[in-house]
Ligand binder design. Structure first.
Ligand code: FRU
Length: 531
């Protein structure tokens, strides 16, 4: 019985501890670099994640180091992430780590920069070749198809650098009077471009450049800074705009990224620091949505191509206004979210307290029930044992049909409270033996009363009552009747005596009363025992 209750208890606990929360998605984001573009993207991912209570993001940045990025990917996978979002620093050097992640069963979203392997779940990017091509067309248009160009490449071995370069060259190939006089190796950073241009101009002080195409805005800005310095012009700078008699000799600077916000490419175009840029969409929000589609088993596109657009003086203002508006909304949203998550925390804390209180109350109830059952069981067993011992008539007791219980009555037969000395009666075993002897000896005596038994045992009626009651849970009268009936049952089975004879033999003065008591005790009339 106790086992059943323990199982029930365990089940209830399991049910109680089952929280209705959804599965937590641990998403690792491996960024190749840390810069303004990545910051935007990470912020977008964080913002999107905050709309889902079951997303945990872990960001790593490799600071343009492929080996470092490979190690970081391995660590992310080892930490147990459910999905990896990765912008590989270079096309091939990070691929083995990405393959390992994919092979270990972790879905992989490669974004913006490619790997040279097919082991990815989805790829999200804008078209880098097309950006380079359109930028080439735009520059050709601005220069009427003739002039000298400088190209500053992105990081060697990274796919956007290669694709932007090819697109750019394919476009200007149509303009024989457009010449790329300088191709400098960059690595996406402003500093490297600045140093490279400075070094180049040092060796080519009289070179005439009409336009610099940097593979990203930061590169173009680095080149601009270097040219301003090295050429030795004495410019007057009003705000961020260059003015002065020789300002027209400054080449055009074009880049890619077209970020919104303070010091972003759109603002730089509006302020004429750059002639043009091309929006390279960050779309961290979309990345996370694709991740959740994959993790939650919804359909998704394996190759997601993002749309983008050229930024020029003509549209920079509108784009900036629009992006400012979007940012303003995002800030409001963020504030709202902060408030909402504050409330949510409070609510959660309250929920936890209520759950705990519920569990404590439940445990208490269970403990009380178990204690009660255990106690009742123990008392019952004790009493059954005592009644059996007390009536150690193996034949009689063993012949009692299974499931028959000996009644436990709390009838008060006029007992007075005994003194402590009386309480100190004989030990249970001696008492039981004595009680049995007396009853056995006078079993057929219908006149045998409790007083007689007490007297035979040298006890008062009260002492006898208390002793019998405490040992068996029954009163002496009940116990005497049980003994008579048990003996009757046995005689019916083992002798040919009539029912009346048996009734008299076990001390019943009226056979009808014997039959009634017998039925009450065994659930059948004496005749049925014979059958
Ligand atoms: C950001 C960045 C961008 C560039 C892109 C190329 O880390 O350098 O400026 O457009 O990566 O992958």
């Amino acid at each position: 019985m106790n086992k059943t209750y323990l199982c029930f208890f365990a089940l209830m606990l399991a049910l109680l501890s089952c929280s209705p929360q959804r599965k937590q998605h641990r998403i690792g984001v491996s960024q190749c670099s840390e810069d303004i573009w990545r910051d935007w993207q990470n912020a977008e991912m964080r913002m999107e994640a905050s709309f889902h209570e079951n997303v945990a993001l872990t960001f790593t940045t490799a600071h343009d180091d492929s080996q470092r990025q490979s190690q970081q990917i391995d660590s992310l996978v080892a930490s147990g992430i459910d999905l990896l979002i990765v912008a590989p620093n270079q096309l091939s050097s990070v691929s083995p780590a990405i393959d390992r992640a994919y092979d270990s069963g972790v879905p992989v979203i490669v974004f913006e920069r490619k790997t040279d392997s097919q082991k990815y779940t989805a790829f999200v990017s804008a078209d880098n070749y097309e950006m380079g091509r359109q930028m080439g067309e735009y520059i050709a248009m601005r220069l009427d198809g003739k002039g000298q160009l400088m190209e500053i490449l992105g990081l060697k071995g990274s796919s956007p650098a290669d694709e932007r370069h090819r697109g750019f060259r394919d476009a200007i190939a149509h303009y024989p009077d457009l010449k790329v006089v300088a191709t400098l190796q960059g690595d996406w950073t402003e500093e490297t471009a600045y140093e490279a241009v400075k070094a180049y101009l040092h060796h080519q002080p009289s070179i005439n450049i009409d336009c610099v195409f940097g593979h990203n805005d930061r590169t173009a800005m680095g080149a601009r800074k270097a040219m301003l310095e090295v050429s030795g012009f004495r410019f007057q700078v009003s705000g961020s705009q260059v003015s002065g008699s020789q300002s027209q000799t400054l080449p055009m600077f074009c880049g890619i990224d077209g970020l919104p916000g303070e010091n972003g490419g759109i603002q730089q175009v509006r302020d004429s620091l750059l002639t043009a840029s091309y929006i390279y969409p960050t779309r961290g929000d979309l990345l996370l949505q694709v991740a959740l589609d994959i993790l939650e088993g919804r359909s998704y596109e394996k190759e997601v191509m993002l749309t983008s657009a050229l930024v020029t003086r003509e549209n920079a203002n509108v784009l900036l206004l629009e992006s400012d508006e979007v940012m303003r909304r995002a800030q409001q949203l963020e504030l709202l979210q902060e408030k909402a998550s504050g409330y949510l925390h409070q609510l959660n804390a309250q929920r936890v307290v209520m759950w705990l209180a519920g569990i404590v109350i439940f445990l208490l109830l269970i403990a009380i029930v178990l204690f009660y059952l255990y106690h009742r069981n123990k008392v019952n067993m004790q009493r059954e044992r005592v009644v059996q011992n007390l009536w150690n008539m193996p034949e009689a007791i063993s012949s009692v049909p299974e499931g028959t219980t000996i009644p436990m009555q709390t009838e008060d037969d006029g007992a007075q409270t005994p003194s402590d000395e009386e309480e100190a009666a004989s030990a249970p075993s001696t008492f039981i033996t004595r009680f049995k002897e007396v009853v056995e000896k006078r079993m057929d005596d219908s006149e045998l009363s409790v007083e007689d038994i007490a007297a035979d045992m040298n006890l008062s009626r009260v002492q006898l009552y208390r002793k019998v009651k405490s040992l068996s849970g029954s009163s002496p009268v009940e116990l005497l009747r049980t003994a008579r009936l048990n003996r009757g049952y046995q005689m019916l089975l083992t002798t040919d005596k009539s029912i009346s004879e048996v009734a008299y033999a076990v001390g019943f003065s009226a056979p009808a009363y014997f039959t009634k008591c017998f039925k009450d005790e065994f659930g059948m009339v004496p005749g049925e025992v014979r059958k």
